[in-house]
Design a protein around this ligand. Structure first.
Ligand code: URP
Ligand code: ZN
Ligand code: ZN
Length: 498
């Protein structure tokens, strides 16, 4: 199949020009002015933006969590993503305690197999990491194309791992070119506050937010960054929600520490006041981290503009209001944590970012696609429009307005966090590896069109941080006391050597 896209305004993270794009099979083969090649299909993109397909680096499809399972599976979730202009997502496989990563990966492959509308990859959620798991992590990275691993400082008794485990994971991932993605929130302290609130009869949804102070997130972010720096490894903070946490990332980056972070539309457009809605409505917004006070939103936009935040993902983890959020009607801590969002990420960020003049068009593409491709080992196959790249392309109408509603969305969930919000800018035609899968809002693909993508390793650690302080310590019995504020050399006994 040969496809020619004519006269579109091509926007990448760095380019902005009008051109034609010729696609042969799955790949972009020619970009130029007035191309006159024979094609099976010609798309007129005059007046439209032609952008790389969106990459959502954080979704939870068909995930058992909070006593139930997220409402979108790999069929409905990827279909909804496609409608919104997202052509790749990276979901999470979960290694349960006592399980091997290989087994976990097989389980998630089986969940996705034959169902997806778009391409996908997996991060591995690690809940167990001892010496015996080291070869498994290496296999994930070098053979299975799973090059990133999520660890949790939150959800004690469920997903939380201790600092020693985190540090071990970071050291191995760092050495092997992998990346630890951190859910950075002090879950142990949060659980204490939750217990206190429940003992005082505070059971309404708003207590989800009131028991999760921003300091708990900031502490987690800071700890994750310091541990990664000691290990000489990069770290990626997931779903960063507030200024307290952002400040820690910014400080680290200013020092040259390879710390990266994503935020999500919910933290840019929704705020604490949503928990104070009538009755049990606030349960719709029970997600972790919680929605914060509104003033944080401007700080997050600044972080996006200044590259202290690199990526916008959704943390799409939907639970139906009627049957699933209901589990916590009498106890906010039993409300399944998570919200829907995979479908409207591109439109929300275009509207809130570009239309509202907070970010440029190039930056829009960068934070919704290119940066995730680079950080997670998909670039330049994904994340850009270039000769040789996969033809994952969105013809985006920058003028058209739509009103978001659960009545019209494609996600398998009975509410929208953005119900009634009008957004300008929508994905009109979506191509996944050269195949038109959405045209004028209509799905033209088939479940199973999407393919698992093995991701590469990415060198994210600057040379002067390679090996980290920890490695220096282990390999050298003399350590400059400079870091202790003195110029004097001190000798310390190493407890191990590498
Ligand atoms: O509330 C959330 N974020 N649910 C999904 C699990 C997670 O922590 O990412
Ligand atoms: Zn998380
Ligand atoms: Zn998540």
């Amino acid at each position: 199949m040969k496809t020619l896209i004519k006269n579109g305004r091509v926007i990448t993270a760095v380019d902005d020009y009008v051109a034609d794009i010729f696609i042969d099979g799955e790949t972009i083969t020619t970009i130029g002015k007035n191309l006159e090649m024979q094609a099976d299909k010609t798309i007129d993109a005059k007046g439209k933006l032609v952008i790389p397909g969106g990459i959502d680096a954080h979704t939870h499809l068909d995930m058992p969590f909070g006593g139930t399972t997220s409402a979108d599976d790999f069929r409905t979730g990827t279909l909804a993503a496609a409608h919104g202009g997202t052509t790749t997502l990276i979901d999470f496989a979960i290694q349960s305690k006592g399980q091997s990563m290989i087994e976990a990966l097989d389980m998630w492959h089986a969940k996705a197999q034959g169902k997806t509308a778009i391409d996908y990859g997996f991060h591995m959620i690690v809940t167990d990491f001892t010496d015996k798991h080291v070869p498994e992590m290496k296999r994930m990275i070098h053979q299975e194309g799973v090059t990133s691993f999520k660890m949790f400082m939150a959800y004690p008794g469920v997903l939380l791992v201790d600092d020693a485990t985190i540090f071990r994971g970071m050291t191995v991932a760092g050495d092997e070119g992998g990346l630890i993605c951190m859910h950075a929130e002090n879950g142990v302290v949060i659980d204490e506050i939750v217990k206190r609130a429940l003992a005082e009869g505070k059971t309404a949804p708003k207590y989800h937010a009131l028991t999760r102070p921003t300091q708990a997130e900031a502490e987690g972010v800071n700890r994750a960054i310091q541990l990664a720096d000691i290990a000489g490894a990069p770290v990626y903070i997931v779903h960063l929600s507030c200024y307290d946490a952002l400040r820690r990332v910014k400080e680290a980056r200013d020092q040259g520490i390879p710390a990266f972070a994503e935020t999500c539309p919910q933290y840019l457009f929704l705020d604490y006041s949503h928990y104070e809605k009538e009755g049990f409505e606030g349960a719709k917004y029970v997600m972790t981290p919680a929605l914060r006070e509104k003033w944080n939103q401007d700080e997050l936009w600044t972080g996006l503009r200044m590259n202290d935040l690199q990526v916008i993902s959704t943390d799409h983890c939907p639970f139906c209001f009627k049957d699933q959020k209901e589990l916590g009607r009498n106890d906010f801590s039993k409300i399944p944590n998570g919200g829907p969002g995979v479908e409207h990420r591109m439109s929300l960020i275009f509207n809130g970012g570009v239309v509202k003049k907070r970010i440029s068009l190039n930056r829009f593409v960068e934070i919704t696609s290119t940066a995730a491709a680079k950080i997670f080992g998909l670039f330049p196959k994904k994340g850009t429009i270039a000769v040789g790249s996969d033809a994952d392309i969105v013809i985006f109408d920058p003028e058209k307005k739509v009103t978001i509603s659960a009545k019209t969305h494609h996600m398998n969930v009975d509410y929208s966090c953005y119900e009634g919000m009008e957004v300008q800018g929508i994905a009109e035609t979506v191509l996944s590896r050269g195949k038109v899968i959405v045209e004028n809002g209509k799905y033209e693909g088939n479940p199973g069109d999407g393919r698992f993508i093995k991701r590469s390793t990415v060198d994210l650690v600057p040379i002067d941080r390679k090996g980290g302080h920890y490695q220096k310590y282990l390999s050298d019995s003399t350590m400059s006391a400079e870091s202790k504020g003195s110029k004097k050399e001190v000798t310390i006994e190493p407890y191990a050597r590498v």
